[in-house]
Design a binder for this molecule. Sequence first.
Ligand SMILES: Nc1ncnc2c1ncn2[C@@H]1O[C@H](COP(=O)(O)OP(=O)(O)OP(=O)(O)O)[C@@H](O)[C@H]1O
Ligand SMILES: [Mg+2]
Length: 352
Amino acid sequence: MTTTAVSTGVAVRLEEVSRRFGTVQALDGLDLDLAPGELVALLGPSGCGKTTALRILAGLEDADSGRILVGGKDVAGVPVNRRDMGMVFQAYSLFPHLTAAENVEFGLRLRRQSAAARRRRALEMLELVGIGTHAARFPQQLSGGQQQRVALARALAIQPQVLLLDEPLSALDAKVRLQLRDEIRRIQLEVGTTTLFVTHDQEEALALADRVGVMQAGRLEQIGSPEDIYRNPATPFVASFVGLSNRLAGVLGADGVSVLGTPLPVLNASVAPGPVEALVRPESVDLTADPLADARVVAVSFLGPLARVTVSLPDETLVVAQVSSARLADLPPGTAVRVTLLPIPVVVSSPR
Ligand SMILES: Nc1ncnc2c1ncn2[C@@H]1O[C@H](COP(=O)(O)OP(=O)(O)OP(=O)(O)O)[C@@H](O)[C@H]1O
Ligand SMILES: [Mg+2]
């Protein structure tokens, strides 16, 4: 097993950071806190400001206003190469004319280490990311996943205080992506580096992070543990962006929202009583085959241990239910089913 000097992570804080490009408000008062050694995943739709936030943190871009604190110190005016941050971007950004080992050594060279120390460190890092045997290969002799491993090794080699990952897995196929995702988490825990991981893959964010921050239009909409973000979304945007939700008509009253005749607790407060849309997770929907019922199974998708069953209500509303795939035998398309909702809290929004 490789030994890696444990760098104790630092706290990172973005305070009301704003950045405008022409008419686009890329960041609009972004507040974000990372505890030492924490991995926060930033999740959000394309264009919501994720990369801009990372670039400003790294010093590659200036903020119009707001402050960045690393280890409690304002880093305004500190240039990129003095910020002590390792970065990995979406596209493999290796130097094509350097071998894997030379790529990893590159950052160390700027730090004036001896050739022997650099080489030793580079090999140790390549070992850590699982491609120690490929040290002498050039980037074009490596697969996409291997190249991203080299990029990760290069970012970690300098023992950065902060690791910034901007969709480092998005160019990879599903299986390699999963492997490297787990590897990143393992290494991050081992090394203890405070990490900001940008993705627009919600499953990746939920699986990997200590906390997930959901961004919209240059602001943080909600931040919390993966479970919290999934179970207690603060807004309709978070509920519909993270995980699947059915949008079902309901009536909001003093003690919850009534959906398909079932009263459900409500998570968010700022919606006026009366007709609303309730965002109901597929796992909150239960189906029972019943020849007298008036809903019909219209489609079934098999997902391994689980399955999603789409049901059409008499008013033609479609509802997706998640069931154990062991139950599929009883629910073929055309089956008459009774739809019941479990009393799991939901987010409501004004009807569209
Ligand atoms: N250098 C720039 N000049 C002009 N506009 C920019 C520049 N950089 C970013 N923007 C704009 O700022 C907004 C935020 O961009 P950013 O790259 O931060 O989004 P993102 O959340 O990373 O999106 P994606 O998921 O597609 O990578 C976008 O509307 C983008 O077009
Ligand atoms: Mg981006």
